[in-house]
Design a protein around this ligand. Structure first.
Ligand code: GDG
Length: 504
């Protein structure tokens, strides 16, 4: 590990990229050959990269981000455009201390819990804030060096709130977008942040600021209004229409505008993110997936109902709550242990943070209690996986699942819900979905539940099992049609359309 960050000289001469994405993580993963020890890069498979790749290719695009290691990565270590799948990958190095203070600290132990409605208490630490500012400056400097004259720069997420204004300070010619992937809290909560004014000012450097839901956008506008900004709100009739299942308007949904001191107007919009629906559907119907699905159900003892959860192991995802609901159903006799098997994939996440360690301990305790009470020799009731699986296997699992459990306490969107729906083009399956996810504003035909209420989760599971097949199928079909047209390309295009309009 090294403690040598990138230089922080403030560059402002234009670079060569007409389209630049700035995100905490790079869109390439570094892999080590286990035999030779040789390092190589592979394009990262995420939906965001997939959606933006055509735009990046067509515009000599660049992706700026952290390479995922605190060992210093030189520009010369980076993959070629072809190796990176059609984009120029530009590293922003983080030292071990930056990682602790900017990423684990301010991003994930201050903003993450604050924005997820204080499921755990956020920590406010002045050193972390200093470091967050320093690292955001470094990302902005790199963007200023990379963007061509009049380029479009799209900044992603809560780790980089300050980048839009820090970039604009150096490069007034560029057009800047900002998208928040997690919820924005109500003004009363946001006011707790000692650096609320600085955070908003940084974000308002963007011309278009996007959220997943109307609630988040409204919270942002209300916060600005409360802090004295001049805010106007647009008629949100269009928003109401697409929240209830219709196709999102081609030009996205602008719900408000903020007049700024420098004469600019920032547009605030709702752009619910989605997945590469066609790809997930194709994968779910591939012959290998169908064979793997049959094999998996047999391996699990051919249960009447296979219930599944797939999440990062994060306290926001309600993994504990769904396990407790399943346990209650077993304890009360509403569910027969002979009838069900549950799979919970909980991929490791932010494991050095206390709240994540605690969440893991709580989940594992309940898994082991359920298995102790209801498992049989050679047949646990809950199959618990605490490591990542290849995406093809995740899709196979979706396809095999009768009832998908998405019970987040709070979630910006939740892509797992959409991936599950996309894996059931034939209308099979059922989705139990928390009201507190962005996905619930669109997948309204799911079996909705309030994850704070154990009985509400239990009832949603039982409804998913007992409703007539025909009704269940209609629900899945309606959601599938929604996800099919509102895919991640549509999401990216609508946001970029608004950015283009902002420039004009
Ligand atoms: C943030 C916001 C918002 C999970 N386990 C494995 C695996 N996954 C993949 C899923 C899905 C993704 O991870 C999780 O996406 P989510 O949307 O559920 O959650 P966050 O990571 O919290 O994402 C969220 C999102 O940003 C986008 O804006 O929806 O609200 O919190 O794609 O499939 N993938 C593989 N192996 C696993 O074991 N390969």
């Amino acid at each position: 590990m090294t403690d040598q960050p990138d230089s922080t000289d403030h560059a402002s001469a234009p670079g060569a990229a007409d389209f630049v994405v700035v995100a905490n993580r790079l869109a390439v993963d570094r892999a080590k050959d286990p035999k030779t020890g040789e390092q190589s890069w592979t394009p990262s498979p995420g939906g965001l990269v997939t959606a933006l790749r055509p735009v990046l290719r067509a515009n000599d695009g660049a992706w700026i981000g952290w390479p995922g290691t605190t060992d210093r990565v030189e520009d010369s270590d980076m993959p070629t455009v072809e190796e990176a799948g059609g984009l120029r990958a530009i590293p922003v190095n983080l030292t071990a201390k930056n990682f602790e203070q900017y990423y684990e600290g301010f991003s994930n132990a201050t903003l993450w819990p604050l924005y997820h409605d204080l499921i755990v208490p956020p920590r406010f630490d002045r050193d972390w804030w200093e470091c967050y500012q320093e690292v955001n400056q470094r990302f902005a400097d790199q963007a200023a060096r990379t963007a061509a004259q009049d380029a479009t720069v799209w900044v992603q997420d809560y780790q980089l709130h300050l980048v839009p204004q820090l970039l604009r300070d150096q490069r007034s010619d560029v057009c800047v977008g900002f998208f928040l992937h997690i919820p924005f809290p109500n003004p009363e909560l946001f006011r707790q942040l000692p650096w609320r004014d600085e955070l908003l000012k940084g974000t308002l450097g963007a011309d278009v600021i996007g959220f997943h839901t109307q609630d988040s956008a409204r919270n942002f506008l209300d916060t600005l209004r409360a802090l004295g900004y001049e805010v106007s709100t647009d008629d949100d009739a269009d928003a109401a229409e697409f929240f209830h299942g219709a196709r999102m308007p081609e030009d996205g949904c602008i719900v408000g505008r903020v007049a700024l001191e420098d004469g600019r107007t920032a547009k605030i919009g709702v752009f619910p993110i989605s997945i590469d629906s066609a790809q997930v559907q194709k994968q779910s119907m591939a012959a290998e997936t169908l064979a793997a699905t049959t094999q998996l159900r047999a391996q699990l003892g051919a249960p009447k109902y296979l219930l599944t959860g797939v999440d990062r192991l994060d306290y926001t995802k309600g993994i504990l709550h769904r396990l407790l609901a399943v346990e209650s159903l077993l304890d009360s006799g509403r569910l027969d242990p002979e009838d069900i098997v549950m799979v919970q994939v909980a991929t490791p996440s932010r494991e050095r943070l206390d709240d994540y360690r605690k969440a893991r301990e709580e989940v594992e305790k309940v898994v082991s209690r359920i298995n102790g009470n209801y498992g049989q020799l050679g047949r646990p009731l809950v199959h618990y996986i605490h490591h990542g699986l290849p995406f093809a296997q995740i899709v196979g699992l979706y396809a095999a699942t009768d009832i998908m459990l998405v019970t987040a306490i709070k979630d910006g969107m939740n892509l797992v819900a959409k991936e599950y729906v996309a894996s059931h083009a034939d209308g099979s399956g059922a989705l139990v979905l928390s009201e507190f996810t962005g996905a619930a504003t669109q997948l309204t035909q799911a079996y909705l539940c309030n994850p704070h209420d154990n009985q509400s989760i239990c009832d949603a599971i039982v409804r998913a099992m007992e409703e007539p097949n025909e009704t269940r199928r209609e629900r899945m079909k309606a959601m599938w049609e929604h996800v099919e047209v509102n895919d991640v390309n549509h999401w990216a295009n609508t946001f970029l359309h608004q950015l283009k309009e902002a420039r004009q």
